[in-house]
Design a protein around this ligand. Structure first.
Ligand code: APR
Length: 388
C-alpha cells in the first residue's frame, strides 16, 4: 500500500525517514518539531544549526540520531492566513520537496505528520487533502514503490463524518445483503467459478520491503488486522458455505445479480455465461482495457503497489484480499453492481452488517471514488484501509 494513514507518535516510527514540521530556524520548537528534537537528542540541533535555516516550502535532511528513523527531513509549512496567500502551493511544495529528498536518500519508507495543521493553523481537512493529493500524485508520477505513512497524532476525523457515524451506529437487523451475498457467493461455490485454493491472499500482501512493522503498535495492529482479515475471510468462506439443505440456486436464479447486467439487451446470454468463468484478474484487466487505463494508472489509483499488481496480472486465479479487490473497484469507478460482480469473482460480497462494507457502499452510492477520502473514513472508524 503506497499511502497509509496511521495514528501515532511519529517519533516512534522506524521508517527510513520521518518528516518534521519545523520552523525556518530549524532549531526546534513545539509540537512535532519539539517531539522530534527531544527524541533525537542534542546532536540533531547541532546538525540543524549548520544548515542555515529553511524557507517555507523547502526541505532539508539530517540524520535521525536517537530516533528509530535513519533520517529526519525538515520542512517548513505555510502559516495559514485564510487561504489567499499561496498557502496551498507552499504546503504542496513541502510534500514534494520532502519526497524528493527521501528518494535521493534511497528511502523505502517515509512518514509525514500533518504539516501546518497545528500551530500554523492550516484547517486539518484541507491539510489532509493537500497531503493526499501531493503524495499520491508524486508516487504515481515517479512510479515509485516508496511506502508513505501519514501519521495523525489524534483521530478527530469522525467529526467530519457525522451522517456516516449515524449510519454505522444503526448497524443492526438481519444482514439481508449477506443473504444477497450468500446467494451470489453460492453461485461461485456451485462451480460457476471454483474459488482457487492456495496461499492466503494476505500473506502475499505483506509489505515486501518492510521486514518489521513500522509501528510498535503495528505488530498488535498487524495481528489485529490479520485476525480481522482472517475472520473476514472465514466469514466470507462461511458465506460461501451454502445454507444447510440449500442446493445451489436454491433461490430463483436472478441473472441480473450474477452477471451484473440483464442477460438480454446490452449483453447476450452467451457473453454473460462466458463471463461466469472470468476470474477476478481477468475481469480486472478487462475493465482496465475497457476504460482505456494504463496498468500503472489503475494500481496507483487503487493504492496498490506494483509488485502485487504484477502478481494479480500474472496469475488468473490470484485471490486478492477484500480491501484490495474493493480498491480496484474504486480505482475503476465501478458502479455498485459491477463492484459486487468484481468482488464476487474474488469470493466476497458487501454486507450491510459490517462497518467496513457500509462505509464502502456509502461512498459508491454517492459516486465518491476518492480512495484517499474513503481511507480517511475507514481510518476514522478504525477499519482496514483500501489498497495493498
Ligand atoms: N507525532 C505526529 N504528529 C504530531 C506529533 C507527534 N509526536 N505532535 C504533534 N503532531 C501533529 C499535530 O497534531 C498537527 O496535526 O502534527 C501536526 C502539525 O502540528 P505542529 O507540530 O504544530 O506543526 P505546524 O502546524 O506545522 O507548526 C509548526 O510549530 O512546533 C512549532 O517549531 C514549530 O514553529 C513551528 C510550528
Amino acid at each position: 500500500m503506497p499511502l497509509y494513514i496511521r495514528k501515532g507518535d511519529i517519533t516512534e516510527i522506524r521508517a527510513d525517514a520521518i518528516v518534521n514540521a519545523a520552523n525556518p530556524s530549524l532549531l526546534g520548537g513545539g509540537g512535532v518539531d519539539g517531539a522530534i528534537h527531544r527524541a533525537a537528542g542534542p546532536a540533531l540541533r547541532e546538525e540543524c544549526a549548520a544548515l542555515g535555516g529553511c524557507s517555507p516550502g523547502e526541505a532539508k535532511i539530517t540524520a535521525g540520531y536517537r530516533l528509530p528513523a535513519k533520517h529526519v527531513i525538515h520542512t517548513v509549512g505555510p502559516i495559514w492566513q485564510g487561504g489567499g496567500a499561496g498557502e496551498r502551493e507552499t504546503l504542496a511544495s513541502c510534500y514534494r520537496e520532502a519526497l524528493g529528498l527521501a528518494e535521493q536518500a534511497g528511502c523505502a519508507s517515509v512518514a509525514f505528520p500533518l504539516i501546518s495543521a497545528g500551530a500554523y493553523g492550516y484547517p486539518p481537512a484541507e491539510a489532509m487533502a493537500v497531503a493526499a493529493d501531493m503524495i499520491l500524485s508524486w508516487l504515481g508520477g515517479h512510479d515509485s514503490d516508496m511506502q508513505v505513512f501519514l501519521v495523525l497524532y489524534e483521530n478527530r476525523l469522525r467529526e467530519r463524518y457525522r451522517d456516516l457515524r449515524r449510519t454505522l451506529e444503526r448497524l443492526s437487523g438481519p444482514p439481508e445483503a449477506a443473504a444477497h451475498g450468500d446467494m451470489l457467493l453460492s453461485l461461485s461455490v456451485s462451480g460457476a467459478h471454483p474459488m482457487p485454493s492456495g496461499a492466503k491472499a494476505e500473506k502475499a500482501e505483506k509489505h515486501p520491503k518492510l521486514k518489521k512493522p513500522l509501528f510498535r503498535r503495528e505488530k498488535k495492529n498487524a495481528s489485529a488486522a490479520d485476525a480481522a482479515r482472517e475472520s473476514e475471510e472465514e466469514a466470507c468462506s462461511a458465506d460461501m458455505a451454502l445454507p444447510a439443505g440449500a442446493a445451489p440456486h436454491a433461490r430463483p436464479f436472478d441473472d441480473t445479480l450474477a452477471f451484473g447486467k440483464p442477460a438480454t439487451g446490452s449483453q447476450s446470454l452467451a457473453d454473460a455465461v462466458a463471463m461466469i468463468d472470468e476470474s477476478f484478474s481477468e475481469m480486472l484487466l478487462r475493465k482496465i482495457d475497457e476504460r482505456g487505463m494504463k496498468d500503472a494508472e489503475c494500481y496507483h489509483r487503487a493504492n496498490v503497489d506494483r509488485k502485487l499488481f504484477s502478481k494479480i496480472r500474472s496469475d488468473p486465479h490470484y485471490r486478492p484480499s477484500k480491501p484490495t479487490a474493493i480498491a480496484f473497484a474504486i480505482a475503476l469507478e465501478l458502479p455498485m453492481r459491477e463492484t459486487e460482480e468484481l468482488l464476487l469473482k474474488a469470493g466476497y460480497a458487501l454486507s450491510p452488517s459490517t462497518a467496513f462494507d457500509v462505509i464502502i457502499r456509502y461512498f459508491i452510492e454517492r459516486g465518491n471514488y476518492n480512495l484517499f477520502e474513503i481511507n480517511e473514513a475507514l481510518f476514522a472508524f478504525d477499519q482496514n484501509q483500501l489498497g495493498a
